[in-house]
Write a protein that binds this ligand. Sequence first.
Ligand SMILES: NC(=O)C1=CN([C@@H]2O[C@H](COP(=O)(O)OP(=O)(O)OC[C@H]3O[C@@H](n4cnc5c(N)ncnc54)[C@H](O)[C@@H]3O)[C@@H](O)[C@H]2O)C=CC1
Ligand SMILES: Nc1nc(=O)c2c([nH]1)NC[C@@H]1CN(c3ccc(C(=O)N[C@@H](CCC(=O)O)C(=O)O)cc3)CN21
Length: 317
Amino acid sequence: MKVTEHIKNAKGKTLFSFEIIPPKKGKSIQDLYDNIDPLMEFNPPFIDVTTSREEYIYIEKQGLLDRKITRMRPGTVGICAAIKHKYDVDTVPHVLCGGFSKEETEYLLVDCHYLGINNVMALRGDAMSHQKYFEACKGGHQYASQLVSQIQNLNCGNYLHDVVEVDDTSDFCIGVAGYPEKHIEAPSLQTDLKRLKEKVDAGADYVVTQMFFDNKKYFEFVDAAKKAGIHVPIIPGIKPIAIKKHLQLLPQVFKIDLPQDLITSIEQCDTNKQVRQVGIEWAIQQSKELQAAGVPVLHYYSMGKSDNVKAIAEAVF
Ligand SMILES: NC(=O)C1=CN([C@@H]2O[C@H](COP(=O)(O)OP(=O)(O)OC[C@H]3O[C@@H](n4cnc5c(N)ncnc54)[C@H](O)[C@@H]3O)[C@@H](O)[C@H]2O)C=CC1
Ligand SMILES: Nc1nc(=O)c2c([nH]1)NC[C@@H]1CN(c3ccc(C(=O)N[C@@H](CCC(=O)O)C(=O)O)cc3)CN21
């Protein structure tokens, strides 16, 4: 079922969902299952599976370092199918512009359609770690809005090359990213909202936000989005802080601000175990307020050990 249908069927009740990353190449999928298992009692209607960018690796060969490019966490669509099969839950693969040509994206979407996966999150993707700015690959899209258009075209039976006879069209429900504190490259929040509106006009059915730690930012964003003519559900993304290093890392990687109260509480912790507890309590407080405001879904960036998301879900759902 589509994410938007799950939201409609919930009749105003806030749903619980989360996001996971595929294991590193060579690692077992069992670890992932062990972290999903404890969250299933909260009935997530859907689980997102991210797609990571390819990266350079260096292999020693006769005393020299050979540079190769590879995706260290492949398998997004396979994991989506495996989870769907194992837990009978909908899965949402993240489909990126970065590192994929339009052809490859078409093949991936065809795979999803055959597998009964009818939700996708359409993202541009980050720049590769050695790049300062995002660069589209040869034959790939530059912006998420173009990717949304490709998916929407496919939903209308229009493949990249008009040579196929179509009697079974896909019907993907399309999610896109939104930024309550604006995207780093956007010159202003207003311009960023214009870009978000372009994604919705191209066919996006819902928005998931970048993580934020001050609910005020989310509420203001939702208001501004409405004023900009965006009327699709806007799902808040929540990340529980887990280690002291996140104080620097999260603002640096995700370009978001942390509230002073949260910073102070974390600074007072002696161990990362205490930090994890502060992160849980902050996320519970955020989640309860968002739930009271009637958000459609609370979407957690779990991305590893899920004990903290479980503790939050226990307190909120
Ligand atoms: N992997 C994941 O789960 C997620 C990744 N992200 C990351 O967020 C970043 C951006 O992704 P999206 O939001 O999907 O990209 P996007 O293509 O919607 O926007 C990227 C940037 O380009 C600007 N932009 C969009 N259209 C433009 C146009 N026609 N002309 C000029 N500027 C334009 C936007 O304002 C924004 O600054 C990436 O770094 C992505 O990896 C965000 C959320 C989830
Ligand atoms: N710019 C960007 N890229 C993404 O891939 C991304 C977003 N934003 N925002 C929404 C989700 C949330 N994502 C993530 C990805 C990783 C962690 C995470 O756990 N990160 C590490 C630190 C990050 C690092 O080392 O680069 C952590 O320890 O928490 C959390 C959320 C992926 N998504």
